[in-house]
Design a protein around this ligand. Structure first.
Ligand code: IPD
Length: 273
């Protein structure tokens, strides 16, 4: 196999742009949906069609590659991360937003090789926001190279943070605890409703840190490389190396801010992907 990450990326980018039209066909919302794990974990036909478009197109070009797609896994598919090139796909990250017509949803596509994210695309087709990154080549917002902020203290930071898509009591308690922390200490807190877009905001320098428990590999694989290529850190919320399948993420503009959050936030260890 002599293709390069650049070639893989170009194929993925054109499929993501094509699939974006399936989302923009419903800019005022999508009222037909089904429940998955609970009443706030939802899926639409568009989620499935976007995933089929992207996985179908990538498989046709790269038959040896592996895939972890949110809707394929939700319907019983394997969630296995090996050293092989693996595409990790969230077809509509922010399905709740998409259903309501709140214009912050994204297609999130990450490519891992040797279990490390080497390329990422986060695309909000409604607002025409395209975030991309390739290992060693920087991170971009549309055509502009982007960098994280220089904020080192929680007291000066704008934090993105989510309640997530589960009403589990332990999860809810950790969310309330952490919400209290950021409301009391940070400059501000924002919830975009899409983990991938929250991470893209850190890469852009618009937010200074993001953390979440209970997310999945498909929510964070692209965001991980976006933040790192923009000069930030993306780690486990307890301070170790990021594990894409551990359902825990913390990214920050600076190591100092990351460490302050590691020392302050209530931890949660959800069941692995
Ligand atoms: C969800 C969104 C949300 C985050 C949840 C994710 P989905 O993804 O990213 O912001 O809080 O943890 O599951 O279900 O819309 O693809």
């Amino acid at each position: 196999m002599c293709e390069t990450v650049d070639e893989y990326f170009e194929v993925a980018l054109s499929l993501v742009k094509k699939a974006g039209n399936l989302i923009t066909a419903h800019t005022s919302g999508c009222k037909t949906f089904q429940q998955k794990s609970c009443d706030i974990d939802l899926v639409t036909e568009v989620d499935k069609n976007v995933e089929d478009t992207i996985i179908g197109g990538l498989k046709a070009k790269f038959p040896a590659h592996k895939f972890i797609g949110e809707e394929t896994v939700s319907s019983g598919g394997k969630c296995e991360l090996t050293d092989d090139p693996t595409w990790i796909i969230d077809p509509v990250d922010g399905t709740m937003n998409f259903i309501h017509g709140f214009p912050h949803s994204s297609i999130s596509v990450g490519l891992t090789i040797n279990k490390e994210a080497v390329a990422g695309i986060v695309y909000n087709p409604v607002l025409q926001q395209l975030f991309t990154a390739k290992k060693g080549q920087g991170a971009y917002y549309n055509d502009r190279q982007i960098h994280v902020s220089t904020i080192k203290e929680l007291g000066k930071a704008l934090i993105t943070f989510e309640a997530g898509t589960s009403r589990d009591t332990e999860k809810r308690d950790a969310v309330f605890e952490n919400f209290k922390l950021v409301v009391n200490k940070a400059h501000g807190v924002r919830c975009l409703g899409s983990a991938a877009l929250n991470m893209a905001m850190v890469a852009l320098g618009g937010a200074d840190a993001n953390f979440e428990f209970g997310i999945h590999a498909w929510d964070i694989a692209a965001g991980d490389i976006l933040v790192r290529e923009a000069g930030g850190v993306c780690i486990d919320p307890a301070g170790g190396k990021l594990d894409l399948l551990a359902r825990r993420v913390l990214c920050a503009a600076t190591p100092e801010l990351a460490q302050e959050l590691v020392a302050s936030i209530a931890q949660l260890y959800p069941e692995r992907d």
